[in-house]
Design a protein. Sequence first.
Length: 142
Amino acid sequence: MNTRRVVTAFLSHGGKVLILKRAPGMPTYPGKWGGVSGAIEKGDASAEACVRREIEEELRIADAGRVLVGEPFELDAPEMDVRWIVHPALVETPARELRLSRDHTEARWIAPEAICEYDTVPRLEESLARALAAGRATRGRG
């Protein structure tokens, strides 16, 4: 099984988080709701750098705001012969217009507890919980 490191980021504003519906032509989990996501590439200095790159690619936002990376977890996808190492992140951002790339067909700002109402990529609820925990931990230190 191949191992791939990926990020799943949630933009946050005013108590809501952004989720995105993956386009039908996406190679993984088409039509499912997820966060801003992508593989951590060799050129990325860190998971945070990957989050910033993916936000710029997928939403056309160059100044994403503060990125808080949560505890990573493993997710096996035997149907793809992949073990994902998921690095969840919370991105605190001011409200702004979104410009979706062709990777997504819809975007919604939702209350975090509403995530269970959507047909999501595997373990998105866990990704969100870990991202929110990173935000709480940072506020607790401030």
